[in-house]
Design a protein around this ligand. Structure first.
Ligand SMILES: Nc1nc2c(ncn2[C@@H]2O[C@H](COP(=O)(O)OP(=O)(O)OP(=O)(O)O)[C@@H](O)[C@H]2O)c(=O)[nH]1
Ligand SMILES: [Mg+2]
Length: 417
């Protein structure tokens, strides 16, 4: 009879706020807010309203202008009167302690920004000791300069349920009350303890990696939700958690994969996203070591996403930031089954844009650009999977022969030339 029970717990509602600036036009802002809504959804909140404002740059005191803040405040009060309480307001950019304090004083609801929302999802997703330690450290890094507001904030709202607990409400998951009642000094001590613990884990991981033998290491990298884990599951016959939520994978999984006679190591790792602060990326150092030490990167791209080209850039930039730029890389365009384009009428004389390109046109362009160093597949429909495997086989074999010239377990077979 379970289906007739109406849950008493209502999802928390969220209002999103973003800016249209000189460097971020309206279309871009809307895309960012779509992504922010997806993040909110992943965290378990329902977006009920979006506010945007044109400003040259963010207001240093209140992020949006005074008038806009009042407009948001009015909206929240009206919703309250109609008994639709707004649970939180989420800002698309990282807010300073000052901005949070001022905005909270005016809006009187929970205030989150993109970073704290992502951290919240990370806390919810963290499974392994390594991931949990990394998330906790990242949360303290975020909190430390904002400690003042967290004190007052928590007195009113009550704490979360412990790092990685996964319970509690959006934005308050993570280090719980008792930990937050510590002063700055104690938090700093805690941070150095976490760092020591991570250094210990790093050492263990480095030893593990050394003991893996003479195998080529391939890493799946890419934007979040592009299908890395799905591909990993297909290749490694493993069971890595994959779903249509952001940051389904937080810790790295490494599997031994054998294509024909050739064994190699394949790792699946955390996805990247826009506006991810560098120090947050730094917190995931040991997770990202796998990427840093890989011999070959398979950069997975969701070709059905309208913004996939910007996502490619974000991933490339993040790779460079973590010191993994310049590695041998292949682009794997995934989700070709979901690719759509706008067909133009013959009498439509407006210039064609990329939105009008057929999959074939897009494929031709990218193959020219990447000098054939790219593939087009659908992990879901298993389209071109065999070609994909063959190409990976060839690339891994080349690298293997280069790196381990005296290894003799490779022998002729149908895949080899
Ligand atoms: N239409 C379509 N969907 C796909 C394809 N491959 C994966 N997906 C879906 O895309 C979503 C994300 O897949 P994941 O494998 O979890 O993606 P990921 O890159 O590991 O994501 P994170 O771990 O969150 O960074 C899931 O709902 C998959 O079912 C594909 O070829 N076509
Ligand atoms: Mg994944």
């Amino acid at each position: 009879m379970k289906e007739f029970v109406i849950s008493e717990v209502q999802a928390e509602t969220a209002v999103l706020v973003g800016l249209i600036t000189q460097t971020q036009d309206e279309r871009k802002t809307n895309e960012y807010l779509d992504e922010l809504a997806f993040l909110a959804d992943t965290a378990g909140a329902v977006v009920v309203k979006r506010f945007t404002q044109r400003l040259d740059q963010a207001n240093s005191v209140t992020y949006v202008g005074k008038g806009k803040l009042e407009e948001i405040s009015r909206y929240i009060r009206e919703e309250e009167e109609a008994e639709r309480e707004v649970g939180m307001v989420i800002f698309d950019d990282e807010l300073s302690a000052k901005q949070i304090r001022n905005i909270e004083a005016e809006l009187k609801v929970k205030i989150l920004d993109r970073t704290s929302l992502i951290l919240d999802i990370f806390a919810m997703r963290a499974q392994t000791a390594n991931a949990k330690t990394q998330v906790e450290l990242a949360q303290y890094r975020y909190m430390l300069p904002r400690l003042q507001r967290l004190w007052t904030h928590l007195e009113r709202q009550g704490g979360g349920s412990g790092a990685g607990g996964g319970k509690g409400s959006v934005g308050l998951r993570g280090p719980g009350e008792t930990q937050l009642e510590m002063d700055r000094r104690i938090i700093l001590n805690r941070m150095s303890l976490l760092k020591e613990r991570l250094a210990e884990i790093d050492k263990q991981k480095a030893t593990q990696r050394k003991n893996r033998g003479r195998l080529i290491r391939v890493a799946l990298v890419g934007y979040t939700n592009v299908g890395k884990s799905t591909l990993m599951n297909l290749l490694a016959k493993s069971e890595v958690f994959a779903e249509n939520k952001l940051f389904a994978t937080l810790d790295t999984t490494v599997r031994k994969v054998i294509i024909e006679n050739l064994p190699f190591l394949l790792s699946d790792t955390v996805g990247f996203i826009r506006k991810l602060p560098t120090d947050l990326v730094d917190s995931f150092k040991s997770t990202l070591d796998e990427v840093r030490e890989a011999d070959l990167l398979l950069h997975v791209v969701d070709i059905s996403h309208p913004d996939f080209e910007e996502q490619i850039e974000v991933v490339n930039k993040t790779l460079a930031d973590i010191g993994a730029g310049g590695k041998p890389m292949m682009i794997v365009f995934n989700k070709i089954d979901a690719y759509t384009y706008i067909q133009k009428d013959e009498d439509d004389l407006t210039p064609r844009t990329k939105a009008n390109w057929t999959l074939e046109e897009l494929m031709r362009t990218w193959m020219a650009k990447m000098e054939d160093n790219c593939l087009f597949i659908s992990a879901r429909e298993r389209t071109h999977l065999e070609e994909f495997k063959q190409t990976v086989y060839q690339r891994v074999k080349e690298l293997h022969v280069q790196k381990y010239p005296y290894n003799d377990f490779l022998y002729q077979n149908e895949y080899a030339e």
